[in-house]
Design a protein around this ligand. Sequence first.
Ligand SMILES: C[S@@+](CC[C@H](N)C(=O)[O-])C[C@H]1O[C@@H](n2cnc3c(N)ncnc32)[C@H](O)[C@@H]1O
Length: 202
Amino acid sequence: MEILKKFASQFGKPEGILGNIAGRLMASTGVQKNKWTVSLLNIQSTDNVLEIGFGPGVATELVSNVIHEGHYVGIDYSKVMLQQAKNRNKEAIQEGKVTLKLEEVSNVPSFELKFDKVFSVNSIIFWEDPVKSLKKIRQIMKPNGLIALTVLPYMKGATEETSKKLGKDIVSYLEQAGFSNIKTELKKKKPVTAICVLGVNS
Ligand SMILES: C[S@@+](CC[C@H](N)C(=O)[O-])C[C@H]1O[C@@H](n2cnc3c(N)ncnc32)[C@H](O)[C@@H]1O
């Protein structure tokens, strides 16, 4: 049981051998929810895009295939995930289209560029102070920039109620951080409905 608990905890901050395995599992099972989130952002070739909690770098790859004049920046606080995402996105990094950084979301730095689109998939549930971090993120977004925060609860015992509650919490975080035009999108998934909450930096 102890090893199972240890493994489950690896999804919040993958570390060591178990973290490596968790990252591989995320990469093989997480493609659809990442594709869905990226599709909701309607990313354009010129967009600058920020992702928080890129994990194994699946969405990094999806976004870098779309942006040509824009730039993708990803931050994640796990060294193991940084390495996996770097391996998966070697070419785009070499081309200068993708930057991956080891960083905790509460310390999200300023960049030379401002972001048109920001997103995160199954990461916000692990952030210590989501409102504080979202306020910081808003500072580095362009006016009218769009944010998309997706959660698909996969923890033991998760129900449709869990999804609904998480969705409501994220709406509230975005409101408190000053985002507007907030809307919630749903997608039937297993084990329960996935939720993506979108907001505009206006
Ligand atoms: C469950 S994984 C999801 C990974 C990826 N988005 C996906 O869908 O495959 C959560 C990721 O968020 C990262 N993360 C969690 N809390 C974070 C924080 N406070 N700051 C930066 N990264 C964080 C973890 O290291 C992990 O890579």
